[in-house]
Design a protein around this ligand. Structure first.
Ligand code: FES
Ligand code: FES
Length: 184
């Protein structure tokens, strides 16, 4: 029995401990956003986050992922700046590589909030796009970086998959209470 924590959920799976994490994510947990491309560490389609770092899940044995926090694209909030920048920039073409691109980009921005073009090219070089969307990817990463810097659009202190905390709001005093000059 292998115990995994994926996107904040706990799973116990009956599986050979020596199979790659990618198979378990897709076949056992049904999280199919993570793609199989090459199975040989060459394409990055299978990229997930393990304890916040981008990792190729075809290269990680499931037994080695136990006790770690795994995040797949399904665990990224829809209001994350990278998702917004990807959508507004129409980055995907066929889309197959894009989950891996997004997961790689988020890991980059978590480490380096204002990456240069060279930083982006270095970090994204292990995640291939057969459609050649690299220029749109680069532009979207800069846009997401700017959105994060503006602040308020996304709370970067939130861990992936965690819901935002409700902010305390002060109740407005009713007209009646105000008129009386009394307390709420
Ligand atoms: S499927 Fe993992 S790197 Fe290609
Ligand atoms: S969008 Fe088609 S492989 Fe990247």
């Amino acid at each position: 029995m292998i115990s995994l924590e994926v996107n904040g959920n706990k799973y116990d799976v009956e599986v050979n401990p020596d199979v790659p994490l990618l198979w378990v994510i897709r076949e056992h947990l049904g999280l199919t956003a993570t793609k199989y491309g090459c199975g040989a560490a060459q394409c990055g389609a299978c990229m997930v986050h393990i304890d916040g770092k981008a990792e190729k899940s075809c290269q990680v044995l499931v037994k080695d992922a136990q006790g770690k926090k795994i995040t797949t694209l399904e665990g990224i909030p829809q209001d994350h700046p990278v998702i917004k920048a990807w959508l507004s920039g129409n980055v995907p073409q066929c889309g197959y590589c894009q989950p891996g691109q997004v997961m790689t980009a988020i890991a980059l921005l978590n480490e380096k909030s204002r990456p240069s073009d060279d930083d982006i090219d270095d970090s994204m070089s292990g995640t291939l796009c057969r459609c050649g969307t690299y220029h749109r990817i680069r532009r979207a990463i800069h846009k997401a970086s700017a959105m994060m810097a503006e602040g308020g659009k996304h709370d970067r202190t939130r861990t992936e998959g965690e819901k935002p905390k409700k902010k305390k709001t002060r109740r407005k005093r009713s007209k009646k209470t105000k008129a009386k000059g009394g307390k709420q």
